[in-house]
Design a protein around this ligand. Structure first.
Ligand code: NFS
Length: 675
C-alpha cells in the first residue's frame, strides 16, 4: 500500500466513544487522552473491526485444509431436518462441540501450566535449591498433604509423632508434580469434592487420569476425522475441565498459599489513580506470582528505595493488572492499576516506568503503545515473547529470583528520569478490603469461637443470605467495560445474595467501591446488609485470581459439609456468572463449574448458537448429568434475575423458601423447618 493511502486508512479508522466504551471515569478519561495523542487502543479497534458472525456462533471448522467450512444458520432458523455439513460431513454439533473442546483444552492448559510452574518451584524449594523462596504457611502444607496421599505423622516405638515438615514438603512436591503425568489412577484432589459429586463423575466416566493427558486427549479427538459425536466430545471437555478446576488450578492455589502465604483480609486500593507522578511506577501484568512475589520484595527493599531517591523519585509504587495484580493484592495488599481492558491505558498515563509481563491476557499492542512513551516493556517468560524490537526480554529463573527482580526494578528506577512531559494519571481510585480465602471466610463468618461454615449456613437457612453467587472472569471489548459486572453484582447483593469474586471481575468490583465493607449499607438488601455489618465484611468477597476459582469450589464444599443445605454442591442455593468473559480459560472454568453442579450464566455470547442441539446438551442435559448447566444472558438485570431464580428454586427444594419469606426467624420458626 502506498504510504499516503496507509496514512489515510489510519486516519479514517473509527474511534471509540469513551462514554460508551466504559462506565469507569478513569478509563473514559484515558481513552480520550489516547485519542488526543493519536494512540490507538483496544476500544478503538473494537469499533473499527466487527467480530465474525459465523465464528461467534461456533460453526466455523478450520481443523483441516479442506476448509475452513462455515455452516451459518439459515435466516429464519432450521425448518425440518438440519442438513448443514462440512466437506467431511461434520455436522454443526460436531463442529461447535469440537471448537468448544479446544477452548477448554487451551484454558485448562493455561491454568494448569501455570500450576506446573508453581509446582516446579515448590519442588526446588523443598529440595532447598531455590533460596529466595521459603515455605510460609506450614499449616496449609500439613492440611493439603493428606489430599495428595502424604502422611503427616509417623509411628515411632509404637507412638504417633508429627512427621518432619521438610520431609512432608518434599513428598508433597513430588506427589503434586506427578499429577500432571502419572500413568495410573486418577487425580488425587477429586476426592475433596462432596461424595455424591465424585460418584457422579465416576458414573459418567469423567474422572481425570492426569492433567496433561486430558488436554492432549482433546487435541487428538478434535483432529480431523476422530470424534464425531458432540456428546462424547463434551464428555471429554468435562474431564479436561475437571483436571483444571480440581487439578491444575487447585494445585496452583494450594502451593502458592504454602509458599507465599494463604490470603487473609487486607486493605488496599484499585484503579489507575494508584499510580503516583512523583514516584517510580512499576506495573506487573499477567498471571504467575513467582516473579511478582520477588518484585514486591525488591520494590520494598531499602536498597531499591534509596536508589529511587537518588534518581529524584519520592519512592516506588508497585501496582498490578489482571491476575498477577490479584495474586499480590491478596497476599501483600499491593494496589491494582486496573482490569484487562486498562492495560494499554496504564502506559498512556506516561508515568509507567516499567511494565513487567509474563503469560496470558497480555496485548501485543502494549509494545506499540510503549513505543510512544519512555516505558520499558519487559517480557520475562520463555513462553511469552513479543516480536516488536522495543521489548526487552529478561528471562526469569527461579534459582536467581531476587537478582532478576532487582535487575528489573533497577531498570524501572533508571528509567524514571526519561519521562516525558505527557504525564496524566486520572485521579480516581477506590479503597478495598480483599484477601479472602476458604480459610479466612471460615474465620470471619464462623465467628471467633467456632471457626466454621455453620454460621454462614445458618444465615442462608434463615434467609438473611438468600444464596451465594460466584461472579468471575474477564472484560471483553465487545461489551461496555465493567458495566455487566457491576450491574449484575449490584442486583445480586440488592437481593441478599452474597457474592464471591475473582479475576478481572474482582478488580471491577473494587474500582466501583463494592469491596468496601461500607458498601453493604448502601447496596445490599436488609438481610445481607445485617450480616455484613455484624461480621464487618464487604458483600463482595475477593477470592483471588482465576486459578483461585478453585477456592470457590472448596468454599462450596465446606458449605455442603457444614450441613443443612443438602448433600452436594448442586443442592446449594448458589449460581455462577462470567458477565464479560473473553478468554478460553473462562470456558474451561464454566465447564468445571457446571460439571461441579453449579448453574453458570455467561454474558455477551457463547459460541454455541449455530448448533442448537449441542447448545441444548450444555444448557439442559447437563443438569441431569451433573446438576449444573450452562446459560447465557446478555442483559445484566435478566442475567442476575436468572441466577436469583435458580437460587430460589434450590431454596424451595431444600424447604427453606419459607424462612426467606420471614427472613428473621425466632427459635420456633427454626424448629418448624424440617431439614
Ligand atoms: Ni481470568 Fe486472569 Fe482477567 Fe480474564 Fe485474563 S486476567 S486468568 S482470563 S482477562 S479474568
Amino acid at each position: 500500500m502506498a504510504e499516503e493511502t496507509k496514512v489515510k486508512a489510519v486516519k479514517e479508522a473509527k474511534l471509540a466513544n469513551p462514554l460508551e466504551a466504559s462506565i469507569d471515569i478513569a478509563t473514559q478519561q484515558m481513552i480520550k487522552r489516547a485519542q488526543q495523542l493519536k494512540i490507538e487502543t483496544v476500544f478503538d479497534r473494537a469499533v473499527d473491526m466487527k467480530p465474525c458472525n459465523i465464528g461467534m456462533q461456533g460453526i466455523c471448522c478450520k481443523n483441516c485444509a479442506m476448509g475452513p467450512c462455515r455452516l451459518p444458520l439459515p435466516k429464519g432458523g432450521i425448518e425440518g431436518e438440519d442438513t448443514r455439513k462440512g466437506l467431511c460431513g461434520a455436522t454443526p454439533n460436531t463442529i461447535a462441540a469440537r471448537n468448544f473442546a479446544r477452548m477448554v483444552a487451551a484454558g485448562a492448559a493455561a491454568h494448569s501450566d501455570h500450576g506446573r510452574g508453581v509446582a516446579e518451584t515448590f519442588l526446588s524449594v523443598a529440595r532447598k535449591e531455590a533460596h529466595d523462596y521459603q515455605i510460609k504457611d506450614y499449616q496449609k502444607l500439613v492440611a493439603i498433604a493428606p489430599h495428595l496421599g502424604v502422611a503427616t505423622t509417623v509411628e515411632v516405638d509404637g507412638k504417633t509423632q508429627d512427621r518432619n515438615l521438610d520431609e512432608i514438603a518434599l513428598e508433597v512436591a513430588e506427589k503434586a508434580m506427578a499429577e500432571w503425568g502419572k500413568t495410573e489412577g486418577e487425580l488425587s484432589y477429586l476426592k475433596r469434592a462432596p461424595k455424591p459429586l465424585y460418584e457422579k463423575w465416576k458414573k459418567n466416566g469423567v474422572l481425570p487420569r492426569n492433567i496433561d493427558r486430558e488436554i492432549v486427549d482433546i487435541m487428538h479427538r478434535t483432529h480431523m476425522g476422530v470424534d464425531q459425536d458432540y456428546k462424547n466430545l463434551t464428555k471429554q471437555s468435562t474431564r479436561a475441565s475437571l483436571a483444571d478446576g480440581w487439578g491444575g488450578s487447585m494445585l496452583a492455589t494450594d502451593l502458592q498459599d504454602v509458599m507465599f502465604g494463604t490470603p487473609s483480609p487486607v486493605l488496599s486500593e484499585a484503579n489507575l489513580g494508584v499510580m503516583k507522578a512523583d514516584h517510580v511506577n512499576v506495573i506487573v501484568h499477567g498471571h504467575e506470582p513467582l516473579l511478582s512475589e520477588m518484585i514486591v520484595a525488591a520494590c520494598q527493599s531499602k536498597e531499591m528505595l534509596d536508589y529511587a531517591i537518588t534518581k529524584g523519585a519520592k519512592g516506588i509504587v508497585l501496582s498490578g493488572i489482571c491476575c498477577t495484580a490479584n495474586e499480590i493484592l491478596q497476599r501483600h495488599g499491593v494496589p491494582q492499576a486496573g482490569t484487562f481492558l486498562q492495560q494499554e491505558l496504564a502506559i498512556i498515563t506516561g508515568a509507567c516506568d516499567a511494565m513487567v509481563v509474563d503469560v496470558q491476557c497480555i496485548f501485543q499492542n502494549l509494545a506499540n503503545v510503549a513505543k510512544c512513551f519512555h516505558t520499558k516493556l519487559i517480557t520475562t517468560h520463555p513462553m511469552g515473547k513479543m516480536e516488536q524490537d522495543n521489548v526487552i526480554h529478561i528471562e526469569f529463573d527461579e534459582h536467581y529470583a531476587m537478582d532478576d527482580a532487582k535487575k528489573i526494578v533497577k531498570m524501572a528506577v533508571d528509567n524514571f528520569q526519561n519521562r516525558g512531559t505527557e504525564v496524566m494519571i486520572p485521579p480516581y481510585k477506590k479503597p478495598q478490603v480483599a484477601g479472602f480465602s476458604v480459610e479466612s471466610i471460615e474465620y470471619h463468618l464462623g465467628g471467633s469461637f467456632r471457626g466454621s461454615y455453620y454460621t454462614l449456613n445458618d444465615n442462608i437457612i434463615n434467609g438473611r443470605i438468600r444464596g451465594i453467587a460466584g461472579v468471575v472472569g474477564c472484560n471483553n471489548a465487545r461489551t461496555k467495560h465493567n458495566e455487566q459486572h457491576i450491574t449484575i453484582v449490584k442486583e445480586l447483593i440488592k437481593n441478599d445474595v452474597l457474592v464471591l469474586t475473582t479475576g478481572c471481575s474482582a478488580i471491577a468490583c473494587a474500582m466501583e467501591g463494592l469491596l468496601e465493607p461500607e458498601s453493604a449499607a448502601v447496596f445490599c438488601g436488609p438481610g445481607l446488609a445485617e450480616v455484613c455489618e455484624v461480621v464487618g465484611i464487604p458483600p463482595v468477597l475477593h477470592l483471588g485470581s482465576c486459578v483461585d476459582n478453585s477456592r470457590i469450589l472448596l468454599a462450596a464444599t465446606e458449605v455442603v459439609k457444614a450441613g443443612g443445605l443438602g448433600k452436594d454442591i448442586c443442592d446449594l442455593p448458589v449460581a455462577g456468572s462470567a458477565p464479560e468473559w473473553m478468554s478460553e480459560k473462562a470456558i474451561s472454568i464454566g465447564q468445571y463449574f457446571v460439571a461441579s453442579g453449579v448453574y453458570t450464566v455467561f454474558g455477551y455470547s457463547l459460541p454455541v448458537e449455530g448448533a442448537p442441539v449441542f447448545k441444548n446438551h450444555l444448557y439442559k442435559d447437563h443438569e441431569k448429568l451433573y446438576g449444573g448447566m450452562w446459560d447465557c444472558e446478555e442483559d445484566p438485570i435478566k442475567h442476575a434475575q436468572k441466577m436469583i431464580a435458580h437460587i430460589d428454586k434450590k431454596r424451595k427444594e431444600l424447604g427453606i423458601d419459607k424462612a426467606r419469606e420471614r427472613v428473621l426467624m425466632d427459635m420456633a420458626d427454626r424448629q418448624a423447618i424440617d431439614l
